[in-house]
Structure formats: structure tokens, C-alpha cells
Design a protein around this ligand. Structure first.
Ligand code: ZN
Length: 353
């Protein structure tokens, strides 16, 4: 699975001021001895000419989550340097830029998992999944060979990695699916990962529900956003379908860390921000909620993005769940299916009057 969407694509520099920056994102200037383009002088800021076609070799963000791309011309030998993603046509929106954590022994392929729970009991199979009283050692890499009909339990085997592929070994038995993280990474045990308020920590209704893999995706204004791995497919399918209708959907805010939610709540409490749930209680903290690029509460039919979402969101699992928040959509496949069948797009309690 490839979680970087930009390799091999061609992008166009749209800005006339596409400043070239170094690795530290500092502006670069022409020096004596440089090949200096016509109209430029020694000491001028270096820029990539407008309408240049570029490839993107790498992506990173500054502390404000603004995205920069390492741009090259035709052939990787002509590397321009780093430039703000907003300088590209379309703002580089909806490109995916890898997973968090970013370092893998083996990225998620669907079946390869890591035991992330110190008490991952080994169990017998259906119907009772009785505990055998032994556990899978934490940090073990395992291969899932079967899943229970309700998805709560998985049967797994020992697994080793050879030349970046899985080698499935002896059968272990059944265990709870929630004991296993997707993919094989030692970084699952980095302090930031295991911290309940760390970068991947998910919370629902005030309870810590464990870490989820996050996919980096470029949002509105080229800000780097995160969405959970389990929501990527639904979001990208919806975004692609909208594009077919000449509507561009993008993300203003999706997954939020505990710290980010606490910050938004603080701003609300002091009268400087939108309504925000208490940290631990937001549906933005477990992959369900997406704030999209609709205009704020424009219900008169003039907001094309909102009108498209009303007609099509439920087909892709997205529905409105909060009154007077036209931008806030949640991925609720079962509810969406029922609403779509009834020609509706919001949960019954949602009232915009
Ligand atoms: Zn929201």
C-alpha cells in the first residue's frame, strides 16, 4: 500500500512568487557565480518561474503545519529546492504524504500487525473465544489469518519480515482485534505513541480508546491534516466523485490530538473560537468527524460544495450530525446508508433553524 500520492505526478507552479527555500525553509538568494535568470540580480530571492512543471520529491511542514514541497524539474538532477505547497496549482490539496508513525519495518498491508497490548490474551475460536490463560508477547509481529464474523476477534500466526515481505510462521490462536496495531513498527512503543495524550491517541466520550494509525493529507490552505487510516478510502472516494462533478472538497480539520482539542476548547471558553467539545469528548478525536470546505451555514442553495455534499455525502458514508455546522460531517456508514435510502443527509436531531 502506498500512502504517498504525489510521486510520479506533475504539478504546475501557479504563483509568480514561488520562493525557493533551503532544508531549514530559509529563503535563498542569488549569489555571485549562480546562473542568474534574466531580470534577476545578485541578492534577489530565488524563485521557481511561474508555469514551471515540477515533480515533488518530498513533503514537510513548519511548526504551524504549513506544507512545503521539495520540487524538481524534469529529472531529479534539476532540484529547485523547497517551496510552499500553496505555490502549486490547486494548492497540493488532498495529496497524501505518508503515515504517522512514519518509520516502518513493514507498512500496513492488511494482514500484518503488531501486538500493542501487554495483556493480549490468546483464546480459542468461536463461539466462546475462551481465554487459554497465555498472552502474545507485546511487540510481536503477527499475521492475521482469519477474522470473526463480528470483527472483534482475529486468528493470528507468528510472523517475521524478510526482504520487506511477511513470512508467516506457526499458528498462535485467537485474540481480540483491538490488541493488534496495523502494520509492523517498533515506533508503536515510542513514548509519544503510548502517551494517552500523544499524537495518535484516540478518545471517545471521555474515554481513551487507544492509538490509531493516521494518514497525513494536505488540507485547505495547504495545512497538513491527519485522518485515520480506516477513513481514508471513504474520504478519497467521495473527493474523487466530487471532482468528477467539478467540485473540489478539502479538509479544514479532521483528526485532532487531545492537546489540539484542549486548545480549541480554551479559545471557545475565552470567546475567541467556534464551539468546541471538551477535550476527550470530540468526534474529531477518533477519526469520525471531518470539517470540510463548505461556507459557514449557507443553506440557501448557493454553496456548491454544501449542495453537493447534501446530495452525495451519504452515498460515501458521510452525514451531518451537528446543528448549524454546515461544514461538520461525520463518517457513520450505517446511519448514512439509512439516510441515503430515505433521500436524507442529516441525523434527525440536526436543526439549522
Ligand atoms: Zn467539526
Amino acid at each position: 500500500m502506498n500512502f504517498r500520492s504525489y510521486p510520479g505526478k506533475t504539478f504546475v507552479i501557479e504563483s509568480s512568487k514561488a520562493i525557493i527555500r533551503n532544508e531549514q525553509l530559509e529563503e535563498q538568494r542569488y549569489k555571485v557565480g549562480d546562473v542568474i535568470p534574466e531580470g534577476k540580480n545578485v541578492g534577489d530571492v530565488k524563485t521557481i518561474p511561474q508555469r514551471t512543471e515540477v515533480n515533488v520529491l518530498d513533503v514537510k511542514t513548519d511548526p504551524g503545519r504549513h506544507t512545503y514541497v521539495l520540487a524538481s524539474g524534469n529529472g531529479a538532477d534539476q532540484v529547485f529546492g523547497w517551496t510552499a505547497a500553496t505555490n502549486l496549482e490547486g494548492g497540493f490539496k488532498n495529496e497524501t504524504a505518508g503515515l504517522s508513525p512514519g518509520v516502518w519495518q513493514l507498512e500496513p498491508l492488511g494482514r500484518n500487525k503488531t501486538c500493542i497490548d501487554a495483556d493480549a490474551l490468546i483464546r480459542d475460536g468461536a463461539p466462546n473465544f475462551t481465554s487459554r490463560g497465555t498472552t502474545i508477547p507485546i511487540r510481536s509481529f503477527v499475521a492475521v489469518t482469519e477474522t470473526s464474523s463480528d470483527g472483534r476477534f482475529v486468528k493470528c500466526s507468528q510472523m517475521t519480515i524478510a526482504q520487506n515481505a511477511m513470512e508467516v510462521g506457526e499458528e498462535i490462536g485467537w485474540t481480540k482485534a483491538s490488541n493488534l496495531g496495523d502494520g509492523c513498527s517498533d515506533l508503536f512503543f515510542a513514548p509519544t505513541w503510548t502517551d494517552k495524550k500523544g499524537p495518535n491517541a484516540c478518545w471517545r466520550e471521555g474515554e481513551y480508546i487507544g492509538p490509531k494509525l493516521l494518514v497525513n493529507i494536505i488540507g485547505f490552505g495547504a495545512e497538513m491534516e491527519q485522518i485515520t487510516l480506516d477513513s481514508v478510502e471513504a474520504y478519497l472516494e467521495m473527493k474523487d466523485a466530487a471532482e468528477q462533478d467539478n467540485i473540489q472538497i478539502s479538509i479544514n480539520s479532521a483528526f485532532r490530538t487531545f492537546a489540539r482539542q484542549a486548545q480549541l476548547r480554551h479559545l471557545f471558553d475565552i470567546g475567541q473560537g467556534n464551539n468546541a467539545a471538551r477535550p476527550g469528548f470530540s468526534n474529531h478525536q477518533h477519526g469520525q468527524a471531518f470539517d470540510l470546505n463548505t461556507r459557514h451555514n449557507v443553506f440557501d442553495g448557493s454553496d456548491k460544495v454544501y449542495e453537493w455534499l447534501k446530495r452525495n455525502g451519504p452515498r460515501f458514508g458521510f452525514v451531518r450530525t451537528v446543528s448549524r455546522e454546515s461544514w461538520h460531517w461525520e463518517l457513520l456508514p450505517a446511519e448514512a446508508k439509512a439516510l441515503a435510502a430515505a433521500g436524507k443527509f442529516k441525523l434527525p436531531h440536526v436543526n439549522d433553524a
